[in-house]
Design a protein around this ligand. Structure first.
Ligand code: BGC
Ligand code: NOJ
Length: 817
């Protein structure tokens, strides 16, 4: 069952009922100011950092789930005997609407609703170059008579630090401060501005108002929620000026609309920073100059429409970097719109703020951000460059790294610390992808600090060497890399041995054990070690490349011997040197990660092991909804394995379908030339292909979720943790570089698709290193293989389009066969 549809020409997903199985959200903001917005107008706003600079309050763990938002209330007083209150997004009052349509677009959302012949259109977005959210609200009277309407707005302020805001009531209930100007048209939230903050927030409407409230209790009533505000019931705000307790911003506008008449209002929710020495315009009165400038930028509809057009152009331009036109509408939709959009959201958010990540927990993940980069580097190479430097700056001198860092400070997070032994190698992955995309070797010469300490800075290439050496020098009894606290699978905690509830599996126990080893990291070392060797070669350091390849050989050897179980790759060795993910195990006999990653790294291909490993995946891990992470599921808690065995069977890392590593298997299938199977795997978790079962899948049908419940789970097929997942980047890498086969190499783009039978011919436009490539591929009856490649009329040998300085346009014809 569906709850909406894709409107590809508008680049939107259209939701036709507010009662989606879960809140279906969108992200607004492209630079520093962000909002999450659900299909019922729930969500919240922050500047730069979802924990430290939160503008509006969200309620966690709430009933109903999606609670607090930025709400508009329409009170229709036309029939004085039957006054009706409703919201354009249905929540929070939940009056049944006559019409409801939410369109989530790229960086904006619209809500078109009506009740009793009054129609509202709400458009909400964050403009490209301002730290604010703009909402344009149009109310139209479609009745045959005059309509009497009162419009109320409502946002609840968060007292900046979202974590402290929901805990520290003894202080916070006394700190709230506001200022009100223009009789309530603009409300300033200035809590803590008197002391250590130089920022405040505003909520402003471009019209005179008939009342306002800034005290939550005054507006809602002490015993009410946003579903039944006293002020709305009374039809009148109270002009309250908050002092302490819970400051809000609400405006009241009385309207009388003639039949057919419309009125439009523009609301601005903004973040303002003042210089330290220019905070006040009078004692106790905030300097409003920058706020007034912001407000005046959006004072009329034309200005708002222009800002929206600018936003739409930005996306159009961005998405033109990779565009496919094929006979597969769903592939085109995902590749051209939603998959790339989700990649950009992971760039902005990493794993910090979603409806599953509270924004107060994890900041930027080291491994997460490096992997996300693989999906957005072709879109924003310059910002990717800065991201690489930021990430590398949190690395330690021995090559290990803080597992997370805070976006505002860009400093490593010492609560979680280091010890995740896959982290260092992801830095090579991200850097190599950036250089293959841009050809910019200068990044390797950038001087980058360790642990943000410039006194111990070295070149980025030296950082990569530290990454490489960390793995090369941290090996266990079988010559395989030591796992540390965990590798990619955060829940495989082989040195943890936690016996008490509440201990974090990720930080309990020693960060390093001398025995527990990871075959997955071995796969990474072979793949990214080779990419490191290539970078050394490009810098002219042949000896280093050779040294690296010697090290890689050793790990390769260990992977196909100690790492091989007979029919598939072993997952790991635990702290007692017992196998994990082996037929010898009672539970958890086979894991997906080493099968996908070792094969995509080329391990076991020539020995015939790769074919076997992928066969085993198909036989043991495949389901109709995707490939499970392991089987059989753990039914008991295994002290020696950690969190992986703590989840009920079928969920998360314990036999869930972890969407992130499905593309690894799909890529691995392309390495072996199996186009049919690679595409089958791609389709199983692909949002556009499972839109029809939205009632089962539950999460947004336009983006990937981290996990789909596995076969062992009660709710097999149900998605969770949508949006912020490495799945976005990896599926984009899979479809764009491996299945469709346009892969950036150091020497130029290579063309080597691996597509299913009957996929058909397709065309790709790809912008790369300042040139446009118009690539046309003829399938010619095969799944893989290029018979001929013609570039600007000349046939070239091999798969790579030779890059020629100065050539701005390439017309490429690739014939498979
Ligand atoms: C989750 C993992 C996640 C980790 C982050 C675990 O509880 O299962 O998916 O990566 O927490 O801390
Ligand atoms: C989600 C985390 O963000 C990611 O870093 C990790 O690799 C996966 N979970 C698997 O545990």
């Amino acid at each position: 069952m569906k709850y909406g549809f894709f409107d590809d020409s508008a680049l939107e997903y259209v939701i036709t009922t507010p009662k989606t199985p879960l809140p279906w959200i969108n992200y607004l903001g492209n630079k520093e100011f962000f909002s999450l917005i659900s299909n019922t107008c729930g969500g919240y706003t922050f500047y730069k950092d979802a924990k430290l600079l939160r503008l509006t309050r969200y309620r966690y763990n709430n009933v109903p789930y999606d609670n607090n938002g930025k709400y508009f209330y329409i009170k229709d007083n036309t029939d004085s005997n039957n006054q009706v209150v409703w919201n354009p997004g249905w929540q929070p009052v939940k009056t049944v609407l006559d019409k409801y349509e939410c369109r989530h677009g790229l960086g904006y959302s619209t809500f078109t609703s009506s009740k009793n012949d009054v129609e509202t259109k709400v458009l909400t977005f964050v403009p490209m170059n301002d730290n604010c959210e703009v909402s344009k609200v149009t109310i139209t009277n479609n009745k045959g008579t005059d309509a009497l309407i009162t419009l109320f707005s409502y946002v609840e302020w968060c007292l900046w630090n979202a974590d402290d805001d929901m805990k520290n009531f003894q202080r916070n209930l006394s700190t709230g401060e506001v200022e009100v100007t223009d009789n309530g048209s603009t409300i300033y939230h200035k809590t803590e501005y008197r002391e250590r903050r130089n920022h405040y927030a505003i909520y402003s409407v471009n019209a005179p108002v008939d009342g306002f409230d800034t005290s939550r209790d005054a507006f809602l009533g002490a015993y009410n929620g946003p579903d039944s505000p006293d002020a709305v019931a009374a039809g009148k705000c109270t002009n309250s000026v908050a002092s302490g307790w819970s400051p809000i911003a609400s405006q009241q506008i009385n309207l009388s609309l003639k039949p057919g008449e419309s009125k439009t209002f523009i609301f601005i929710l903004g973040y303002i920073e003042n210089p330290e020495d220019d905070k006040w315009e009078a004692p106790g009165v905030v300097n409003k100059k920058p706020a007034l400038e912001m407000i005046s930028s959006y004072k009329d509809e034309a200005a708002v429409d222009a800002a929206l057009a600018e936003l739409k152009n930005y996306w159009k331009e961005l998405l033109s970097n990779y565009h496919i036109s094929s006979t597969n509408e769903k592939v085109d939709r995902m590749v051209n719109i939603w998959n790339q959009y989700q990649c950009m959201v992971t760039f902005n958010m990493s794993r910090s703020a979603s409806y599953y990540e509270s924004g107060i927990g994890r900041g930027m993940g080291f491994r997460d951000s490096c992997q996300d980069l693989l999906g957005f580097v072709h879109l924003i190479p310059d910002r990717a460059r800065q991201r690489i430097i930021d990430i590398a700056s949190t690395q330690f001198q021995d090559g290990s790294a803080y597992h997370q860092y805070q976006p505002l400070t860009k400093k490593g997070n010492s609560d979680i610390g280091s010890g995740f032994n896959d982290d260092p190698l992801w830095l090579i992955a991200g850097t190599s992808a950036y250089i293959r995309e841009t050809g910019d070797l200068s990044i390797l010469k950038e001087i980058v600090p360790f642990d943000n300490d410039m006194s111990v800075a070295k070149t980025l290439m030296e950082h990569l060497k530290c990454s490489f050496n960390f793995t090369a020098t941290h090996k266990g009894p079988h010559g395989l890399p030591l796992i540390g606290r965990a590798d990619w699978n955060d829940c495989l905690n082989l040195n943890c041995f936690s016996e008490h509830p509440g201990e974090s599996f990720q930080t309990f126990g020693p960060s390093e054990g001398p025995v527990a080893e990871s075959v997955f990291i071995a796969g990474m070392f072979v793949k990214y070690g080779e990419e490191y060797a290539q970078l050394a070669e490009l810098l002219g350091d042949k000896a280093e490349a050779e040294r690296a390849r010697e090290e890689i050989k050793k790990v390769y050897e260990a992977a196909i011997t100690a790492g091989w179980d007979g029919e598939w790759f072993v997952r790991a060795y635990d702290a007692y040197s017992n196998k994990v993910g082996s037929k010898e195990c009672e539970e958890g006999q086979i894991y997906i990660e080493p099968q996908g990653f070792c094969v995509l790294a080329g391990i076991g291909v020539k020995e015939g092991l790769a074919e076997k490993a992928l066969k085993s995946v198909e036989e043991r891990l495949d389901t109709k909804y995707g490939v499970m992470i392991l089987q059989p599921a753990y039914t008991k808690y295994h002290l020696e394995l950690g969190e992986v065995s703590s989840y009920p069977p079928g969920y998360k890392e314990n036999a869930g379908i972890f969407c992130h590593n499905n593309p690894w298997v799909s890529i691995a299938e392309t390495v072996l030339g199996h186009g049919d199977r690679a595409f089958e795997i791609y389709k199983k978790t692909c949002p556009a292909y499972i839109e029809e079962i939205s009632d089962v899948h539950c999460t947004e049908p336009y983006v990937y979720s981290q996990m789909v419940a596995g076969r062992d789970a009660k709710f097999f097929g149900q998605g969770k943790n949508s949006w912020l997942t490495g799945t976005a980047a990896w599926t984009f890498v899979n479809i764009s570089q491996y299945i469709l086969g346009v892969y950036p190499t150091h020497n130029g783009l290579s063309i080597d698709p691996c597509i299913p039978e009957g996929f058909g011919d397709f065309q790709i436009t790809r912008k790369y290193r300042g040139a446009v490539y118009n690539i046309s591929v003829k399938q010619n009856g095969v799944q893989k293989g290029i018979k001929s490649l013609t570039v600007n009329g000349k046939e070239v040998s091999g798969n790579i389009i030779p890059y020629e300085e100065g050539v701005k346009e390439y017309t490429v014809e690739a014939i498979m066969g």
